[in-house]
Design a protein around this ligand. Sequence first.
Ligand code: GTP
Ligand code: MG
Length: 202
Amino acid sequence: AKIIQADFVKSSPGTGDCPSDGLPEFALVGRSNVGKSSLLNSIVRRKNLALTSKKPGKTQLINHFRVNDSWYLVDLPGYGYASAPHELRMDWAKFTKDFLLNRSTLVSVFLLIDASIPAKKIDLEYARWLGENQIPMTLIFTKCDKRKKTKNGGKRPEDNVNDFQELIRSSFETVPPWIMTSNVTHQGRDEILLHMAQLRNY
Ligand code: GTP
Ligand code: MG
């Protein structure tokens, strides 16, 4: 699964504006600042193809990136960004949900969960919403390189991942596939590429 080419194609304000060439797509979703844009850059081995930021709320449209002229990575705005103006936040949620529910070329949603902190309720709710709507998903745990410096309080990424999976198990009959990643060490990058290739070949 080699990346030969990766190009930004367009930013769309709604599903109807998205590319219509029918190529398979993988969408990156997750809380603001979880590392969606960073993961996209890591997957295609480009530093700044998708814009990243320390400040949450950087990605505000549906962004299509075409890889090897044969499939798309879709960078979506994050959810749960408290300081965005309320109406703007709702609008993001609405066009993101519309895209996830109605996009026929969507192969799988990659739900990113920050493994460096205990899972948030909103992440579990989002996973449940995807499940209820029968949208295929893969759980991607991010920032697995990050360890809390506190002597006894901070949990390890592995512990946070286990805790989240316990929660998932109680609401899903089958636990979705999951991959542990870091955009610093590039842990999980090959695994993600392999996973996407398998999903495309169904
Ligand atoms: P929005 O577009 O605002 O929704 O955010 P995003 O999910 O696209 O996050 P982005 O990729 O912009 O990354 C947010 C911050 O997290 C940046 O400061 C990144 O450098 C940092 N970050 C992302 N991935 C990792 C990782 O694997 N490890 C560590 N330590 N930091 C990361
Ligand atoms: Mg982003």
